[in-house]
Design a binder for this molecule. Structure first.
Ligand code: PEP
Ligand code: MN
Length: 337
């Protein structure tokens, strides 16, 4: 349930109510809005909980949260959440662009890409050091050596680093080198991993599983939020359907739907969502038109030579053109990239 504090409630009253929520065996998440503060009280509720909290000093109302996902719900927080990492700002009117290769391959590859995407307007660099590959015989990523190259790219360009963490035992290592932890589509329902990234203290980019429903995505986010980490971006990266003209089917209705249900920002991945370079620029622009708060795009200096996902990667010139298209759409909507 939600403990809605009065507009003039003091910080002491908020703290006191949070303690009372915890004393009832519930978890208290204090959410500061621009208008008022609410405390989301999460856990198994007893019949007398509502009355007991409603009488507290500074409390305006106690209302149930109807959605199964609690902290992610718009019911708890009406204002959109903005997730920030260095210069990357995603949500609440800011559109953030995350760009870079599918995999980190070499110093030259990652540094040249970082410089190119920064010059074109990206504020974060993506690049996988731990790669979840369908086949165990495919390139698995440079691992820690790749993380070191990403950190070097950040040092040289100031871009925020977004990189995937695949396993609970790697969370500490990946956290040391990165600014945003990416949880990949295949791990969306790895609940121990979600809890672990929730505790890591860094923003998280949570990708939708290719066969997960919107509700499952929001409940997966809830595992991270429930650890006290509100800096979660949801990423639509396409789902598996009967259709085969694209690698996955990219449903852009996810954007307005999720905006309706949650305050968390929505990032679209048109690279994995289509699986073909030539489809990426238009779907990137369409994502901005649908209201996306950010894009994650695969960019490679020489896509033909890429060690993974070259067939869906943009070269530098194509990335520049994509940015120009996206900017034009953003401007038409009164937004800025
Ligand atoms: C990736 O970002 O390169 C990736 C593996 O994405 P996904 O988890 O969406 O397949
Ligand atoms: Mn990829």
């Amino acid at each position: 349930m939600i403990v809605v504090m009065e507009r003039g409630a003091t910080p002491e009253q908020v703290q006191h109510m949070a303690q009372r929520v915890e004393a009832l065996g519930l978890k208290a998440h204090i959410i500061q809005g621009t208008e008022r503060t609410v405390i989301a009280a999460i856990g198994e509720e007893r019949a007398e909980t509502k009355e007991s909290l409603a009488s507290g000093a500074g409390v305006a109302d106690v209302v149930p949260i109807l959605a199964p996902y609690k902290v992610a719900s718009r019911e708890v927080k009406q204002e959109p959440t903005q997730v920030c990492a260095l210069g990357l700002k995603v949500g609440a009117g800011s559109i953030g662009i995350i760009a870079g290769p599918c995999s980190v391959e070499s110093e030259e590859q990652i540094l040249s890409t970082a410089r190119a995407v920064k010059a074109a307007g990206a504020t974060a660099l993506r690049g996988g050091a731990f790669k979840p590959r369908t086949s165990p015989y495919s390139f698995q990523g440079m691992k820690e050596a790749g993380l070191k190259l990403l950190a070097l790219a950040r040092e040289q360009t100031g871009l925020a680093i977004v990189t995937e963490v695949m396993a609970t035992e790697d969370v500490a290592l990946v956290t040391d080198y990165s600014d945003v932890l990416q949880v990949g589509a295949r791990n969306m329902q790895n609940y121990r991993l979600l809890e672990s990234v929730g505790r890591a203290g860094k923003p998280v980019l949570l990708k939708r599983g290719p066969s997960a429903t919107m509700e499952e995505l929001l409940l997966a986010a809830e595992y991270i939020l429930n650890e006290g980490n509100l800096n979660v971006m949801l990423c639509e990266r396409g789902i598996r359907t009967f259709e085969s003209h694209t690698r996955f089917t990219l449903p852009l209705a996810s954007v307005p739907y999720l905006h309706h249900k949650t305050h968390l920002p929505i990032v679209i991945d048109p690279s994995h969502g289509t699986g073909h370079t030539y489809l990426v620029p238009d779907m990137a622009a369409a994502s901005i038109a649908a209201g996306a708060d950010g894009l994650i795009l695969e960019v490679h200096p020489d896509p033909e030579q890429a060690m993974s996902d070259g067939y869906q990667s943009l070269n530098f010139a194509q990335f520049n053109e994509t940015m120009a298209k996206c900017r034009a759409v953003a401007t038409a909507l009164g937004k800025r990239i």
